[in-house]
Every structure is written in structure tokens, then in C-alpha cells.
Design a protein around this ligand. Structure first.
Ligand SMILES: [Zn+2]
Length: 395
């Protein structure tokens, strides 16, 4: 991303070359290529690196418009700032592929930097896991490069904000908004690694790079499906009492698969999805350096009129209902909401405000309603989004 931090560019080209050439001779490479989908983007700011022309002569940190691309991603608290083309393209690419583990490379120091960059007082729920994979990268580099390499701050490891605060960095964007896990790896004290030192840079880092990718093989690798039809379910995977600040993960909408990296131990996972009964799976064991496979079958809510798989529809259940009606709202409707119930003749029967939490059903009291067919209109307080459903009351 920073066009004048050139070591990572060559390091990534070398890494791609190594993976391609060593599949048949290095079992670790074969294991990675057989079991992961690996994407390598050697250079995210070509205009900055090639500012001087067809050879790298006067590279700059910024893109051609003068923007620092690692301050240009959506900040968790200020997501709507103007984005450069390089950033928009990377966001689109990242959203499409939903990487479970990633890294971005820089120069100017020698340290592995993990989330959060923008909060000094907040620790990511997976802080100790992040620290462990960062420690492993730096420690492996020390084995091959010596202790004088990558020893900045805490011997080559830091939580981002402890070093300095960054807003709009890619690491926090991916970890916060895409529920991925990304670290920032500073590989050289010199911004521009001299050509004669590029081979050493590779020797210092390639074992660490292989080890970093291997982290993606570990943790919980799950599949969530409809118990009856076995179709994939796009469930939210949440650890009660542990997950916070967007640290939960979600299943892939097409395959129902998810990956959750965790420290070794015994974990209780809660699965929720629109139209399904929540599922709690207790005591899932995670072992260091091993993969835990998990298949979760979810049962649709009984009596619901339909089982929408889209987060844009209103789900009402049970339907017909007698005393209480549960409503799971579309994602566009949350916070302060307005609930109106209209009978078949178009008369407004009730009109009240309440609080809604995303993905959690609101309970509509229908004890006073007589048997019949009703329409419920649920909207944001400012009416920016409205959702309408019909339900039947039987007494
Ligand atoms: Zn940089």
C-alpha cells in the first residue's frame, strides 16, 4: 500500500514463486496449497511505486492522488469517508473472497503489529491468539535471521495502538467489518530495501510466511446446514461471554462454512440464523496446531409462514399466533423502531415504539387482539426503512 516500502513487493513475488516451485518437494508447501485458497497481492499501490516511470526510481508512500492508502479504509466509527480507487477495488475484492486470515506488509520498522490500531483501551476478543501468531512470526524470523532482526518494541511484536494510533488502516477494516483476521508486518528498517539485500530479506522471512499461512489450517472449521434439507445456513457464530466488538464470525452464504481461530481450550459456540432455532454447541475442543471439524444442523422455526434466507425480509412466528408474535427484523431496521398493527378493515389497532436489536426477535403482545388477519408495519423511527408482514390470530 505504501509505494516506497518496496521490500514487501519483492518478498511476495518470491513467496508466490516458492509456493509454485516447491509443491512436489516441500510437504509443508503441498499441505498449504492442497488445503487453502491462497491469494497474493504483491503491490497494492502501483502508481506510488512507479511514480518515476517504468523502473522503480522515485517511489512515494502515497498514490497518484496523494492519498495514504493505509489511512483510506473505512474506520469502524467513521466508515463513510471518500475512498480512492485502489481502496474501493481492494474492499470489493476482500468482500468477495471473505479471507479468514491475511496480512499486509510494510517497511520502516521490523515488527508484527496486530489489532486494534484505532483503540488503545480496547483489546480484541482474540487478543491472545493474535499475540501468539505475531510472536510466532517474529520468533521464527529470529531463528533464521538472528535476534537483531525484527526486534522492535516487544521483541518484534506490538498491538497496533500501543505503538501509535491509526485510523482507516486495512487491518482494522478487515478485522472489524469483514470479521477476518489481519496483521500488519513491518519487514525492514529501511523503507527501500537495497537490491543486494532482497535475497537476505527473503531468507529472513520465508519460514515465518509459511508458518503464518499454516495458522489458517488450525482452529474450528465448521459447516452449518438445515437439518432436514441439508442446504447451507448463513449462520452467525458467536461465543457468549467472549466475543465483543465485532469479533464473531459468519458462515459463508453459499457454502455454510466458517472458520474460527481460537486459543487452545474448550469453547461454547452459539449459532443463530433467521428462521432457525438457535443452537448451542458446548465444549468444542481447540488444540494447538490442529484443526477441529464441526458440523452443525439447525432446525427451522416451527409454524413460520416461510423460511426466508435473506436478511432483507421480515420473519413472523408462530403464525398463526395466540398471545405473542415474534418478529425478526430485516437488518435495515434496528434501534428505535415503530410498530403499528392494522386490522382487515384498515383500522389502526395499536401504534407504539420499542427498541430492536439486530437478529434478535422482538416480541409483539397480541393478547388483546381477537381472531382474524392483521398487518404489522415495522419501521425505523425516521421511517427510512419500512417492513410489512401479515399474521393470523387464533383465540
Ligand atoms: Zn507502510
Amino acid at each position: 500500500m505504501h509505494g516506497d516500502e518496496t521490500g514487501g513487493f519483492v518478498l511476495m513475488l518470491h513467496f508466490a514463486d516458492y509456493l509454485l516451485k516447491n509443491y512436489l518437494v516441500d510437504s509443508r508447501v503441498k499441505n498449504l496449497v492442497d488445503n487453502l485458497e491462497i491469494w497474493i497481492n504483491p503491490l497494492a499501490n502501483p502508481d506510488g511505486t512507479y511514480q518515476g516511470g517504468d523502473i522503480v526510481s522515485t517511489p512515494t508512500r502515497f498514490n497518484a492522488n496523494g492519498y495514504d492508502l493505509n489511512r483510506n479504509f473505512p474506520d469502524p466509527l467513521d466508515p463513510n469517508t471518500v475512498k480512492q480507487k485502489e481502496t474501493l477495488d481492494m474492499m470489493k475484492f476482500m468482500r468477495k473472497h471473505k479471507f479468514c486470515l491475511s496480512a499486509n506488509f510494510h517497511s520502516g520498522e521490523e515488527v508484527v503489529n496486530y489489532p486494534w490500531d484505532r483503540w488503545l483501551s480496547k483489546l480484541h476478543a482474540d487478543d491472545s491468539w493474535f499475540h501468539a501468531i505475531s510472536r510466532s512470526y517474529a520468533d521464527t524470523a529470529h531463528v533464521y535471521a538472528g535476534s537483531q532482526y525484527m526486534n522492535f518494541l516487544d521483541d518484534g511484536v506490538t498491538r497496533g495502538a500501543v505503538w501509535y494510533l491509526v485510523y482507516g488502516g486495512r487491518q482494522d477494516y478487515i478485522t472489524w467489518e469483514l470479521h477476518g483476521r489481519e496483521v500488519t508486518i513491518e519487514i525492514d528498517n529501511q523503507y527501500i530495501t537495497p537490491a543486494a539485500q532482497l535475497a537476505t530479506l527473503w531468507q529472513n522471512n520465508w519460514h515465518s510466511l509459511i508458518g503464518y499461512l499454516e495458522n489458517a489450517l488450525y482452529g474450528i472449521h465448521g459447516l452449518v446446514r438445515n437439518k432436514t434439507s441439508l442446504i447451507p445456513v448463513a449462520a452467525k457464530v458467536f461465543i457468549n461471554g467472549y466475543d465483543k466488538d465485532s469479533s464473531q464470525v459468519y458462515c459463508d452464504t453459499l457454502t455454510g462454512s466458517f472458520v474460527r481461530f481460537l486459543e487452545p481450550g474448550s469453547w461454547n459456540l452459539t449459532f443463530t440464523a433467521k428462521g432457525y432455532m438457535p443452537v448451542l454447541i458446548s465444549n468444542v475442543n481447540v488444540t494447538s496446531g490442529q484443526r477441529t471439524d464441526l458440523i452443525v444442523d439447525m432446525v427451522p422455526f416451527p409454524d413460520s409462514v416461510d423460511y426466508p434466507n435473506s436478511s432483507n425480509s421480515l420473519l413472523l412466528f408462530p403464525n398463526p399466533a395466540t398471545n405473542n408474535l415474534n418478529a425478526i427484523l430485516p437488518d435495515t431496521i434496528a434501534g428505535n423502531i415503530n410498530v403499528r398493527i392494522i386490522n382487515q378493515t384498515g383500522t389502526l389497532i395499536s401504534d407504539y415504539s420499542t427498541q430492536a436489536i439486530k437478529s434478535v426477535p422482538i416480541i409483539i403482545d397480541i393478547k388483546t387482539l381477537s381472531s382474524g388477519i392483521y398487518t404489522v408495519v415495522i419501521s425505523n423511527y425516521n421511517r427510512s426503512h419500512i417492513s410489512i408482514g401479515r399474521f393470523v390470530v387464533i383465540k
